[in-house]
Design a protein around this ligand. Sequence first.
Ligand SMILES: Cc1ncc(COP(=O)(O)O)c(C=O)c1O
Length: 450
Amino acid sequence: MVGIDRGKLKALIEREKQRFVEEHPKSKDLFERAKKSMFGGVPMNWMIEWPGAFPLFAAQGKGATITDVDGHAYVDFCLGDTGAMFGHSPRETVQAATRQMRKGITMMLPTEDSIWVGEELARRFGVPYWQIAMTATDANRFALRMAREATGRRKVLVFNGCYHGTVDEALVRLVEGRVVPREGAMPPPVDPDVTTKVIEFNDLEALEEALAPRDVAAVLMEPALTNCGIVLPQDGYLDGVRTITRETGTVWIIDETHTWCAGPGGFTAAHGLRPDMLTLGKPVAGGIPSAAFGASQEIHDKTIANILADTTGVNGLGGTLTGNALALAAMRATLEKVITREAFDKMIPLATRWTKGVGRAIKDAGVPWHVVQLGARAEYRFREAPPKNGAEAIASKDAELDRYMHLYTLNRGILLTPFHNMALMSPATKRKDVDLHTKVFRESVQELVA
Ligand SMILES: Cc1ncc(COP(=O)(O)O)c(C=O)c1O
């Protein structure tokens, strides 16, 4: 296996950084101006995480292409970090949203679209009752509240390496057996050791031990981890999670926000899973803010009394703009006409092509890396074998290599999500887009090891 010459890597990063600055004068000027009025010069702080000295300022996103203010066009494999997984501004979503905007955006009244959406989510994910949220973070926070209400327990359990949004209980890491706030997280209101148990993924014994005291309201998990690199469940693992959560009266919440890439009904339908609750968000309304959380008949029955009470407005679910008519019209159109089986039939083979191309380039260069596919999502990592849990995945993170790969591709017309080495395929992505990435990826690695 070929090692990485760190001196050379640093020099290559410097070269790419310089090229980036030279080729993006308008983005640079806008960033200088933005810094004077916005935290860090951006409207949302993740946007500073792009690999150049400043973020690109976008002029337009359409299908799988983004154009920046300097006139460069990019093949977009970031796709709004899943928010635009089905392409930027899908035509059917835009048409439905435009129609609804003329008929009332937010009315504090349900529209018929909401029933269609509830029925469709139930059909796809096998969970019968639904509420709308604004973001997947919200959906997770609301689902955890309902699980506490249903069980009368307080603690939650999540997995090392997880990310479920800015949910205080889940913004945590397992360090030397202790639950601590995640590095970089602003201080939580309560020590997470009090609210949360954290274990490693793919370890049923650890789960059994953690749930044995029967003080955990909910296990909140992605069925495959996606936020520390992709970590797939081992054979039988998720069946074991179902059995242990059922035996201990713990609510099993599956967060499908990212793993929806596995098919129209997410990883849950693709693998016949039977969670008690399910959360999703990001692409559900084609990029218009919206999310949803669903519950089983049992959870519904145990919590509905609170939801139907006079005090329902302060039960901790929802908000003024949540479930608005615009979001529901967009969700309906997106579910009906955009997030379809046909779309996945285009997206998944493209991800397979991407994975094979990257895999061949890794092998030819002799670097100890691997690439893994999860439906329409694929990701490479800087370790030889796929990790089996969050600790292994986190240990393989390499900020310098990340920076190099991301800058190299960006300077050659390709966007990858800044905090992942991950590519998402949309129905608008073309085989030639994938092949361009394969070529550029191969050249970047070859140059590094030459
Ligand atoms: C699995 C998962 N759940 C929830 C969220 C939160 O989504 P949002 O930031 O849209 O609230 C994310 C965000 O990346 C996520 O990856």
